[in-house]
Design a protein around this ligand. Structure first.
Ligand SMILES: NC(=O)c1ccc[n+]([C@@H]2O[C@H](COP(=O)([O-])OP(=O)(O)OC[C@H]3O[C@@H](n4cnc5c(N)ncnc54)[C@H](O)[C@@H]3O)[C@@H](O)[C@H]2O)c1
Length: 356
């Protein structure tokens, strides 16, 4: 039985508490929230007799913790994950791992320096649909183009309607992460143009077009909007890949269609399996049991965050942006504030970021 400290008792924190309770080999040992009523409310709602605290340090001093789930707001992710890693407790964090690549590199360095696992749960890479699509893409040989279209029209109200980059920061990170998962590769450059359509109900840019280039020449194009009434797509986007041996489409749900160069057409149906939070937790627990690193391990996941940051920078400068430059700038900035052990670990991680 593994004891889990859940930090952040908002909507997503409660969903994680339920995912932990669904497993026979994990249980929540404490709930931490700066808002004591939120933590207490979540525990009482579930009828649990476990302590609640306001800080991670307090919780880790008082209860058993085999892992910590960081489900706080993104601005608190760095402090909460750092406290756990320094205490030797593995962390599974909600996305985005931190708001900036610079902060993510600090966590990468700390994870390497302490030897304690930190991974991000990007829930949309854990679906049977995307797994099936990845296999269909792989089976077609060399990929030339991968395209994703994301068109939705949510009326959230609240903070998203006030953000500068609501689509890229809060949503596109999922689609970008899925592209990395489908292609099993990381990009080298991006050109992006984000904008806000005249009818948008968001203050910041709610739409974007972006083209990512990969080292082998593959292009991933993204076209998305969060203020698109009519003909909305799945929240997983709709996808098309053009490859050496044919093409394949995914509707973002369960249906994948493959047409091979010889005209053979197949419709594939995703099978049932662990999805979302359950799958992310299963992968993390398996890693603690000696299995492979989770696919959202920090040195891998930082690439999805970098796709967002690079896209925003490209749109601002109206020029293509190289990922090597994004990581160089973030590393220089992270090194300015890093402790000696973290700085040394970061310096020796340069190859993970494909830096010169
Ligand atoms: N994967 C997904 O599809 C998905 C969906 C929604 C949210 N999220 C992510 O989950 C995280 C939480 O989102 P939410 O919707 O639950 O937010 P929320 O605002 O409902 O809850 C966040 C909670 O964290 C608490 N908190 C803030 N700073 C803290 C700190 N330093 N220590 C302890 N507690 C602190 C707040 O008091 C609040 O109760 C975010 O990173 C968000 O991006 C992911």
């Amino acid at each position: 039985m593994r004891n889990v400290v859940v930090v952040g008792a908002g909507g997503m924190g409660r969903a994680w508490m339920d995912a932990i309770a669904r497993r026979a080999d994990t249980r929540v040992s404490a709930v931490v929230d700066v808002d004591p009523a939120a933590a207490r409310g979540a525990v009482e709602q579930r009828g649990w007799d476990i302590p609640t605290m306001q800080t991670v340090d307090e919780a880790l001093a008082l209860v058993e913790a085999d892992l910590l789930l960081n489900v706080t707001v993104p601005e608190a992710h760095l402090a909460v994950s750092s406290a756990a890693l320094r205490a030797g407790v593995p962390v599974l964090s909600e996305k985005p791992v931190t708001p900036t690549v610079r902060d993510a590199l600090q966590l990468l360095g700390l994870s390497k320096a302490t030897g304690v696992l930190l991974a991000t749960s990007q829930s949309r890479r854990y679906s049977s649909g995307v797994r099936l699509y990845r296999q269909a893409v792989t089976d077609l040989g060399k990929i030339g183009q991968l395209d994703a279209q994301f068109f939705q029209n949510p009326r959230f109200g609240g903070f998203r309607e006030e953000m500068d980059h609501p689509l890229l920061v809060d949503m596109a990170i999922h689609t970008f992460d899925q592209a990395r998962y489908i292609l099993d590769a990381d990009p080298v450059s991006v050109y992006c143009d984000e904008f806000n359509p005249p009818w948008s109900w968001y203050r910041g840019a709610a739409a974007a077009q972006a083209i990512f280039r990969f080292a082998d020449g593959t292009r991933f194009s993204y076209s998305g909007s969060w203020c698109a009434d009519g003909l909305t797509t799945s929240w997983n986007a709709t996808w098309r890949a053009s490859a050496q041996s044919g093409a394949t489409r995914w509707d973002g749900e369960r249906g994948v269609v493959v047409e091979r160069a010889d005209g053979d057409v197949r419709e594939l149906e995703a099978s049932d399996g662990d999805e979302g939070l359950d799958a992310a937790l299963a992968e993390f627990v398996a890693a603690l049991d000696g299995g492979p690193h989770p696919s959202g391990e920090i040195s891998r996941n930082v690439w999805s965050l970098a796709m967002v940051e690079a896209a925003i920078e490209s749109s601002r400068s109206q020029a293509p942006v190289l990922f090597a430059d994004v990581f160089s700038a973030a590393l220089a900035s992270a090194l300015e504030v890093a402790d000696a052990d973290v700085a040394a670990a970061l310096q020796s991680s340069r190859d993970l970021l494909k830096m010169r």
